[in-house]
Design a protein around this ligand. Structure first.
Ligand SMILES: N[C@@H](CS(=O)O)C(=O)O
Ligand SMILES: [Fe+2]
Length: 211
């Protein structure tokens, strides 16, 4: 992230203030956009500009993101309902020679390289309602999961809903797949954009609206 520290600090103050005002205001309008999918977590774009994008992510219990980066963006994750667990990873300092490899045939997939670097666990955060977590690529990678352990044990909620603000919008992510020994580059998709369903994204098996 090539951004002066002062400018990053201004973004940080502005985003946190806006999010906290929204949370403290007890707004419920996000519920109109929130819908879940049985197969995987889903992303709903609320709005975007050249500098920032805002989305809701709906997680059923047990659903998780794979280990990923955030395409050089600032990433703010605020839980609106339920709770999620964030597992952090680093890849260590060793530069790794990587070669192109077979990429999965899924929408948005751009390329894959092998091997997958060793993923070193770097902490666990439980993000509860009203709390904001922050990550960028210089801090490492993460995988997020919704389960009963995340916050407060079994609840009546169907799962969790989180509000994500990425600055600038994320156009490419890297997905780390140790089981396939590869790193996949993908353009992330959405289940809905400003409340309108993305028709080509409705086949859950294509993982289009997840990373
Ligand atoms: N960064 C992920 C959600 S999370 O795991 O932070 C996404 O945009 O889909
Ligand atoms: Fe993420």
């Amino acid at each position: 992230m090539r951004q002066p520290a002062k400018s990053a600090a201004r973004v940080d103050v502005a985003v946190r203030a806006a999010v906290q005002a929204y949370v403290q205001g007890g707004h419920q309008d996000w519920r109109e956009l929130a819908s879940f999918c049985d197969q995987h977590y889903v992303r709903h774009l609320v709005d975007e500009s050249a500098n920032v994008e805002m989305m809701l992510i709906c997680w059923k219990k047990g659903q998780a993101s794979r280990v990923h980066n955030h395409g050089s963006s600032h990433c703010y994750l605020t839980v609106l309902s339920g709770g999620v667990e964030e597992l952090r990873f680093t890849t260590g300092d060793t530069p790794l020679e990587s070669e192109p490899t077979l990429a999965p045939r899924l929408p948005g997939v751009i390329a894959a390289t092998s091997p997958c670097p060793l993923l070193l666990p770097d902490g666990v955060n439980h993000v509860c309602v009203g709390t904001t977590a922050y990550i960028n690529d210089s801090m490492g990678l993460h995988a997020v999961r919704c389960d009963d352990a995340a916050c407060g044990g079994p609840g009546a909620e169907e799962g969790a809903v989180s509000l994500h603000i990425y600055a600038p919008p994320i156009r490419r992510v890297r997905l780390y797949e140790p089981e396939a020994d590869r790193v996949v580059t993908r353009a992330p998709g959405f289940r809905t954009i400003r409340g309108v369903e993305e028709e080509d994204q409705m086949d859950a098996s294509l993982l289009s609206s997840t990373l």
